[in-house]
Design a protein around this ligand. Sequence first.
Ligand code: SF4
Length: 332
Amino acid sequence: MALISCADGLPRRGRVTWSPSVTLVPTRSCFNACGYCSFRRPSDPANPLADALRDDQARALLASRPTAAEVLLLSGEVAPAAPQRRAWLQRLLALCRLAWAQGRLPHTNAGPLALREMAALARLNGSMGLMLEGLGPAYAALHAHAPSKRLELRLAQLEQAGRLGIPFTTGLLLGVGETTAERRAALELMAQLQRRWGHLQEVILQPFRPDGCQSQRLSQAEQADLLGTIAEARRILPAEVHLQMPPNLWPLDTLPAALEAGIDDLGGLDCIDVINPAYPQPSEARLAAVLARAGIDLVPRLCVHGAWLRFLPAALQLQARRVEARLLASLP
Ligand code: SF4
């Protein structure tokens, strides 16, 4: 099996990429309270970092996924003006350095960042991410108690990442009551950003799924609606932007239809999804078997797609090449 490190970065038919990944949660404490979130633990104002992930805990998690090239840092947020913000950022940076020391490449998604915070993380991350989430009244209601989720702030963050030249992932949470026109408007904003900066390497089209103890399969009507949005995203976004679908949130037996509509990436896959724990990730073998029946190859990649490697500073490019060699050596 070949590793994707292609030069053109264009989505191609007949194959879909994924990134073998291990997830670290620096903290679940978050000063936002999004209406759909089951990840967050309410922040203790006196000590918002009470549950901060220690190095020994992180090492144990990394050891449990020895072949994961990507270390996905998904963090709850400390308020920008809180006295603990600096310690929170230092914890994120320390976990990124730990990933480097183990021959991995971090990808951090930790909410909106000040310019100097984003720049510091960018020196250690192969790519970074921030969901746009969406726009319109349905999102406004869900984000009424989430100051980080204001649309202007998210757009300014995507702009800031573009100015810093960071290979970036963004995306939409779909199915919370938004209209087709609102989805289209959000995709057009992303397309404008990509045409200006060229840093958006992938857009996640994430179906909203209710949490709980058991997963709930997307209905046929929901799938049909989302297939239309995937096709529209493919039409609106520049051709080089990869479209990503988390495979645990889409019925595995109909995943080829999502790929046929325009999905060409399955994202960073760990054994569990810490955001949607009721929706377990399919194993690589199971995914590969389902896709092979549809004539589609499942191809591993780094968190930074090949065409965006040139965006990285020299030290990060070198680390990416080392991680790539290690990933290639781990393939059967
Ligand atoms: S910002 Fe993220 S972690 Fe915080 S409440 Fe919203 S979805 Fe949950």
